[in-house]
Design a protein around this ligand. Structure first.
Ligand SMILES: C[S@@+](CC[C@H](N)C(=O)[O-])C[C@H]1O[C@@H](n2cnc3c(N)ncnc32)[C@H](O)[C@@H]1O
Length: 272
């Protein structure tokens, strides 16, 4: 593994994801909706709602060329293509996730609107100014070299383009691990909100929208905890993708949020 992957490659190196999805989702000829996939394909705090709010804040429209960096199994790309009427390209380090993203998009009938490629956010295979919007949701905490990450995002954005960022940020005290993005502290590269802003601005992007999403994230975490103690999930969740111990990782994320060890930042920047 090359150094810039920082352990993220291993953490997300899921094998057999498509087979597990097939088993969980039932007959191949049954079409799926983006809504019913939401519990398993939106791999970030507050799921569908957060993606929809970020897309609205970034004012994504039908003509926008959108890149979803660290797209996971493609849930945000599918939701944005459907609700904003645009085409979305997703890139992810995990080949298993890219394969799963393509599979799910064929099940939702969206192959014409979304496409997925393997690759690193630190060395993108696109020419300068290829996109009007770049999304980065819950990926930056896996990347140590933020300066390179944000410079690469700026490079592929057209002048005036928007960078829509939604990430976990450092709070007070050491986060508990394993967390959904890293099994151990050595694979986690959290910055606090201010340091994130400085790193993004240094790459030639200026703040357009700045929203501390921590309070909303905490109430989501509290609901999650309450639901986990009283009921069994009725729809397949991220455990299908990340493995049976995902509940432990999600539980630690909820505790980290409720204890103030991490926060969540939603922001939109403009390429200057
Ligand atoms: C927590 S998941 C979020 C997935 C997706 N953005 C979502 O919100 O549903 C983090 C994703 O970032 C990807 N990732 C981590 N480091 C990356 C890198 N250097 N380049 C591209 N993808 C990366 C992982 O493979 C994983 O799919």
């Amino acid at each position: 593994m090359t150094q810039d992957l920082n352990g993220a490659g291993e953490h997300y190196a899921a094998t057999g994801v498509v087979e597990r999805l097939r088993a969980a989702l039932g007959p191949e000829d049954r079409p799926l909706t983006t809504r019913e996939l939401g519990a398993m394909d939106q791999f970030h705090t507050r799921g569908h709602a957060a993606t929809a709010e970020l897309a609205e804040l970034a004012a994504i429209g039908p003509a926008d060329r959108v890149l979803d960096l660290g797209c996971g199994i493609g849930g945000p790309a599918r939701l944005i293509a459907e609700t904003r009427g645009c085409r979305v390209v997703g890139v992810d380090l995990s080949e298993g996730f890219v394969e799963a993203a393509r599979y799910l998009s064929s099940r939702t009938g969206q192959q014409e609107r979304v496409e997925f490629h393997g690759g690193s956010a630190l060395a993108l295979d696109f020419v300068d100014a290829s996109f009007d919007v770049v999304l980065l949701q819950h990926v930056a905490m896996n990347i140590a070299d933020r300066s390179r990450l944000y410079r690469e995002i700026r490079r592929v954005l057209a002048p005036g383009g928007r960078f829509a960022s939604y990430d976990v940020v450092r709070g007070d005290g050491e986060p508990r691990y394993p967390a959904p993005w890293a099994r151990a502290a050595g694979d986690s590269f959290l910055l606090d909100a201010q340091a994130t802003r400085e790193a993004v601005e240094a790459a030639g992007l200026r703040v357009r929208v700045w929203r501390d999403d921590t309070v909303a994230a905490r109430s989501w975490a509290a609901q999650l905890k309450a639901a986990a103690s009283t009921s069994r999930p009725t729809t397949p969740g991220l455990g299908v993708v990340m493995g049976p111990d995902f509940a432990v990782l999600a539980g630690n994320h909820a505790r980290n949020l409720l204890e103030g060890r991490v926060g969540v930042l939603m922001a939109v920047f403009e390429a200057v």
